[in-house]
Design a protein around this ligand. Structure first.
Ligand SMILES: Cc1cc2nc3c(=O)[nH]c(=O)nc-3n(C[C@H](O)[C@H](O)[C@H](O)COP(=O)(O)OP(=O)(O)OC[C@H]3O[C@@H](n4cnc5c(N)ncnc54)[C@H](O)[C@@H]3O)c2cc1C
Length: 476
């Protein structure tokens, strides 16, 4: 892409740094009627990893991707593969016992080790880095201290420090050695290549619009009129679509922003995430022609609520003040699903029926959790023994009762957004389109030129076509 030098650039005019790299594919859309052992819906890191492990286990596998591989969250990630995850562990321990937090860390450790091996064996660019959760405000300090305690309880070998490399004052930081950062497009390319070399099949521009159980098979229909019959399905669509189980009501879609800067005199040696109210993420990255860049991220908010342009401006203003004289190279945004208690949902979409599996709720840390999720699903579908840490990742367990208060709050907010949207639509001149998922009134995203749903995060292009679910149908 052209290297912009203008801090007013909008994400619609730009793309992630990873999009400078060669993309996987292209893969042809699916046509006709086909039959496979397993159909995987979604070609992000979650779907491709599941497909790979199942294909290696001898299953015939097809991956159905609505857009192109990389168009989802994985192609827009900041690419840190870290077990120190901001203030995640203290959040998990707010509603879960320490044993669950320990299992979550164990799952991440397993996933991280798997991914590191995979990257080493398949030439995917990775860099070993220390990670920090750092504070620049009093509130951030309290949160960082509580993360230190939670991380130690959960079995991470973390340290406390007041010295960091950051080019601004820091009150204190939790530090973990020997984590790594990855090139997201390199990773997707290697995964797609391995899936196809294991005799898996990938189809892009193939949106699944329904999943039906009948006899002992599952039938999937696509927007292009094709049909897949499969023994089992893995739904890895980020925000799970097409499922019973009400997952959309247990998740909150969080949209956030990222940018790269050419900052002449500083590059981070570590991967950093603040515990302040205004979260800031930093790491280093190289452009495709080798230019060293600083990647910054933050300004997260619930999709469709508040002005996206204001959030983006806040991140870019901070970047401009922190790195004076730097030039903006890329700007982008993306969303991921945050469950009420911070733990993912992996496994059967309805209890007792292994035929339909789900991977969701990766909560902005899917790069270490998705490989663990894939190992768990492979154990379910190939008949292996599920690891003990898997219990921290399962849906339909008592953890959901412990987080019921927060889930209720999510849904009360959804009800409020629904009521406010429809009340506003009664005013003269207000005719915003309706979401095809549950009829929420869409809000115009002033940074990305899209219609976003403030209920469950569906997003639509100006012509009404679906960008992100849970909606699967365009608005007219
Ligand atoms: C700004 C940002 C920064 C992040 N940084 C990090 C980080 O540093 N470290 C980390 O570990 N995690 C990070 N994450 C989170 C991580 O990137 C995600 O958890 C992970 O990429 C999610 O992968 P996925 O496969 O579940 O989803 P996706 O990558 O979104 O893949 C889902 C795919 O399903 C497709 N799809 C949807 N509906 C259908 C349908 N009906 N039919 C067919 N296909 C469909 C979509 O097009 C999409 O390609 C970040 C997230 C964000 C938003």
């Amino acid at each position: 892409m052209n290297a912009p030098d203008d801090f007013n650039l909008r994400p619609s005019a730009s793309a992630p740094v990873w999009f400078d790299r060669p993309r996987p594919g292209p893969f042809p859309p699916l046509t006709g009627r086909v039959s496979y052992d397993v159909a995987v819906v979604g070609g992000g890191v979650g779907g491709l990893l599941c497909a790979l492990l199942l294909a290696r286990g001898g299953r015939s596998v097809v991956v159905l991707e609505a857009r192109r591989i990389g168009d989802g969250t994985t192609g827009h990630t900041t690419g840190k593969v870290s077990l120190l995850q901001g203030t995640k562990l203290s959040r998990v321990m707010r509603t879960n016992p320490p044993s669950t937090a320990r299992r979550y860390v164990e799952a991440g450790r397993e996933g991280q080790a798997w991914l590191r091996r995979f990257c080493d064996e398949h030439g995917v660019t990775t860099e070993t880095r220390h990670a920090t959760t750092y504070a620049t405000t009093k509130l951030g300090l309290v949160r960082a201290e509580s993360e230190l305690a939670a991380a130690r309880t959960a079995g991470l070998d973390v340290e406390w420090t007041e010295e960091t490399e950051l080019p601004y004052p820091v009150l204190g930081a939790v530090r973990l050695e020997d984590q790594f950062q990855v090139d997201a497009m390199d990773l997707l390319r290697a995964l797609a290549r391995e899936v196809t070399s294991e005799v898996g099949t990938i189809h892009e521009s193939t949106r699944v619009v329904s999943i039906d159980r009948s006899d002992d098979r599952v039938t999937l229909a696509t927007d292009g009129g094709a049909e897949v019959r499969a023994g089992a399905v893995v739904v890895a669509t980020n925000q799970p679509t097409l499922l019973r189980g009400g997952f959309f009501a247990r998740l909150q879609p969080q949209r956030s922003y990222a940018a790269t800067l050419a900052a002449a005199d500083w590059a981070p040696a570590g991967m950093h995430l603040s515990s302040d109210r205004e979260v800031r993420s930093l790491r280093s990255v190289r452009s495709s022609d080798g230019e060293p860049l600083v990647m910054v991220g933050g300004s997260g908010h619930v999709t469709g609520r508040g002005s996206a342009a204001d959030r983006l401006d806040r991140l870019l203003s901070w970047a401009r003040e922190t790195f004076p004289g730097s030039e903006l190279r890329h700007v982008w945004s993306a969303q991921d699903q945050s469950p009420a208690d911070g733990l993912p949902y992996v496994g059967p979409a309805v209890p007792g029926d292994h035929r339909i599996q789900v991977v969701t709720g990766l909560d902005k840390w899917g790069l270490s959790t998705a490989p663990a999720a894939a190992l768990l699903i492979a154990a379910d579908l190939l008949g292996g023994h599920p690891p003990a840490w898997g219990r921290a990742l399962r849906a339909w367990t008592p953890r959901e009762a412990l987080a019921a208060g927060r889930t209720a709050l999510f849904n009360a907010e959804v009800g409020w957004q629904m009521a406010c949207g429809h009340a506003a639509r009664l005013l003269p001149g207000e005719n915003a389109p309706l979401c095809t998922h549950l009829g929420g009134v869409l809000r115009w995203n002033d940074a990305e030129a899209s219609w976003d749903c403030p209920l469950h995060g569906s997003r639509f292009a100006p012509d009404g076509s679906v960008l992100e679910g849970p909606a699967t149908k365009p608005f007219a």
